[in-house]
Design a protein around this ligand. Structure first.
Ligand code: SDX
Length: 448
């Protein structure tokens, strides 16, 4: 089948920042310096400090990069104060309601919603590439039965690159859709196989006739003697979870993928590093931590009010997992959508899950409490997603894996955007040295 019309040209309609007459004025050591100010598409302001060190000798310091832009990007826009999230300009609410995960992934990676033929071609490639090399099946045997699926996923994504060496070079963009499709398709197969391994069940092969989400559920829950038929409500809820996780601008794991990719490391190695960054409980591991938290509250019989009181006690070191966000200082729009989807799916499935009751009560109590109000702590994407995935039958240690499957198109989009930048440089932040001054080596008999 001839590939339909050319992909949207890389860089077509590239948005660019608008130079302004604004200047940031710095006075250091009695000298005054001016730095240019750039304005983004939505009016955000950035002080361009690319010339700072060469002109002033000073660097900036920003622990955790909360105030530092690492790049210009046209992929995702977030307004944390307004609770706005858009992929390539399209509101997340519209995509979650009307799009599919494959279509939204194409949008993120190539910048435009696909035409019919483009979507059909992308879908065909996803089907063509859904198998992993048979030899990779043996690699699963090298992991202990209780291996965390994120350890398996990061290792197997790197291993995928070994079986597709032609894709290890930063691809010329005309072949990029193949690389993107291979990775997006096979991540499902690897994830489902790791789940089957943990159960001691045989790996289930993908089916060419199934679309992205039903095919994943088939590989997860079918058995050789008993095919699984997912309910439409479950497919829809998982579709929304994947779309809502697909990108989130320069979050920890995406910044990791961009940093590793900046050394010209291949797409597989860069994505495998993103999986590792996502694993942390403050990032992609939070959905698993939310379920553990709700489990403990229910098991202990502690009231939500009593738990919130412990969270507010700084000495407790307890956090309300699934609450708070580095960027959203308002309700995470993804959490709003997932809260509705969670309620709808549980009702359709006739499931009454105590966890949802407890989660909604925790939210009700927290949102009225000055501790959370003053710190602008609201539910984030992880607060309700775990309850949906648990109801689908996905085990909690697979939750970060589901986040990775959802986030993969975002990682791919950012890796491609960075590689298409003519000025792409290896990331190399500076530091402020606070260690010992110069001192001479001491022989061991003179050390005390
Ligand atoms: C994701 O970056 C992204 O975009 C990430 C993500 C994506 O899509 O990629 O959105 C996905 O990672 C969502 C976040 C998932 N993590 C959690 O739900 C873990 C719980 N949340 C936090 O640990 C925390 O809110 C962070 C890490 C998410 C954000 O932390 P910040 O913005 O750095 O805030 P902070 O740690 O500086 O805290 C500010 C204050 C502190 O209190 P004080 O020192 O002022 O007294 O708020 C408190 C914190 O103790 N605080 C919390 C809290 N989060 C912050 N107190 C209780 N419970 C919480 N969850």
């Amino acid at each position: 089948m001839k590939r339909p019309g050319p992909l949207p040209e890389a860089g077509t309609k590239t948005m660019s920042t608008e130079a302004t007459n604004d200047r940031a004025v710095l006075t250091i050591g009695g000298k005054t310096y001016e730095l240019p100010v750039k304005i983004g598409t939505e009016g955000e302001m950035a002080i361009d400090i690319t010339s700072l060190r060469s002109t002033t000798g000073a660097i900036t310091l920003d622990d955790g990069y909360g105030n530092t832009g690492s790049c210009e990007s046209a992929i995702t826009f977030i307004d944390g104060d307004q609770g706005i999230l858009r992929y390539r300009g399209y509101p997340i609410e519209q995509l979650a309601e009307q799009s599919t995960f494959v279509e939204s992934s194409y949008l993120l990676i190539f910048g435009e919603l696909p035409t019919g033929p483009q979507l059909a071609e992308f879908r065909r490639l996803l089907c063509e590439h859904e198998f992993i090399h048979e030899d990779m099946r043996h690699q699963f045997e090298g992991f202990p039965p209780n291996a965390h699926p994120m350890a398996i996923l990061s290792a197997m994504i790197n291993a995928l690159g070994a079986y597709e060496p032609d894709l290890l070079e930063p691809e010329d963009d005309s072949r990029f859709i193949d690389a993107a499709a291979r990775l997006m398709s096979k991540i499902r197969t690897v994830a489902a196989a790791s789940y089957k391994k943990s159960l001691g069940q045989p790996m289930i092969y993908p089916r060419y006739d199934l679309q992205y989400v039903p095919n994943f559920l088939h590989m997860m829950f079918s058995k050789p003697n008993h095919p699984h038929q997912p309910l439409p409500e479950v497919v829809s809820a998982l579709r929304q979870i994947l779309i809502l996780h697909a990108d989130h601008e320069q979050n920890c794991s995406t910044s990791t993928v961009r940093m590793v990719g900046s050394s010209q490391a291949n797409l597989y190695a860069s994505v495998a590093s993103g999986v590792c960054a996502l694993w942390g409980p403050l990032h992609g591991g939070a959905n698993q931590a939310v379920i553990d938290m709700l489990d403990q509250i229910i098991a202990s019989g502690e009231t939500p009010e009593a738990f919130i009181a412990r969270v507010k006690d700084r000495n407790s070191k307890i956090r309300l997992m699934g609450f708070g966000h580095r960027v959203y200082k308002n309700y995470d729009p993804r959490a709003k959508i997932l809260k509705v989807a969670c309620d709808r799916m549980l009702n359709k499935l006739g499931i009454h899950d105590r966890m949802l009751d407890v989660a909604m009560k925790l939210e009700e109590v927290a949102l009225k409490d000055s501790y959370f109000i003053d710190r602008k702590l609201y539910p984030n994407v992880d607060f309700y997603s775990g309850i949906i995935m648990k109801a689908i039958g996905i085990p909690t240690d697979m939750f970060p894996v589901m986040f990775a499957i959802g986030r993969l198109p975002g990682w791919i989009a950012h890796w491609r955007e960075a590689h298409l930048q003519p000025s792409q440089k290896i990331h190399r932040p500076r530091q402020l040295y606070i260690g010992a001054r110069m001192r001479d080596y001491q022989p061991i008999d003179r050390r005390r």
